[in-house]
Design a protein around this ligand. Structure first.
Ligand code: FES
Length: 132
């Protein structure tokens, strides 16, 4: 299983009876954060997630651990998120992972949510899920 961001940063996930092993390739902060975490016993997954911050490496590690434990419930499932501007959900999500943590910042970056506004709650739902 793998978590990928920007097509260049990724975390590989391996599981065995003792826990979850993560390995990363990509930017230095991601590789360093993943190597610092090492192997996570299943009973410590929630504790590790609670200790993560909002930097991109933390957000990706959280995704990896949630996927490894079958608890990943991304709040948006369609490919296109903003129908006015034809903005894929992936573009919005990658912007959020990269540090745009308000709907206004995301809108300024990719135009999602700034026309009719109907997709605004979906943008906010992804922000909330990624940062909670
Ligand atoms: S659907 Fe995104 S602004 Fe209209």
């Amino acid at each position: 299983m793998r978590v990928t961001w920007r097509q260049v940063d990724f975390i590989d996930i391996e599981k065995d009876e003792q826990g979850i092993s993560l390995s990363a390739s990509g930017c230095h902060p991601l590789e360093e954060a993943v190597s610092r975490i090492g192997k996570v016993p299943y009973h410590q997954v929630d504790q590790v997630i609670q200790g993560l911050g909002h930097e991109h490496q933390d957000i990706l590690i959280k995704e990896a651990l949630l996927k490894a434990t079958d608890n990943w419930q991304f709040p948006y499932t369609e490919e296109e998120l903003c129908h006015c501007r034809m903005i894929p959900a992936k573009v919005v999500d990658e912007a959020i992972i990269g540090g745009l943590h308000t709907a206004q910042e995301v809108g300024r970056f990719c135009s999602a949510g700034i026309t009719c506004g109907n997709c605004g709650p979906d943008v906010q739902a992804i922000i909330d899920y990624r940062l909670k």
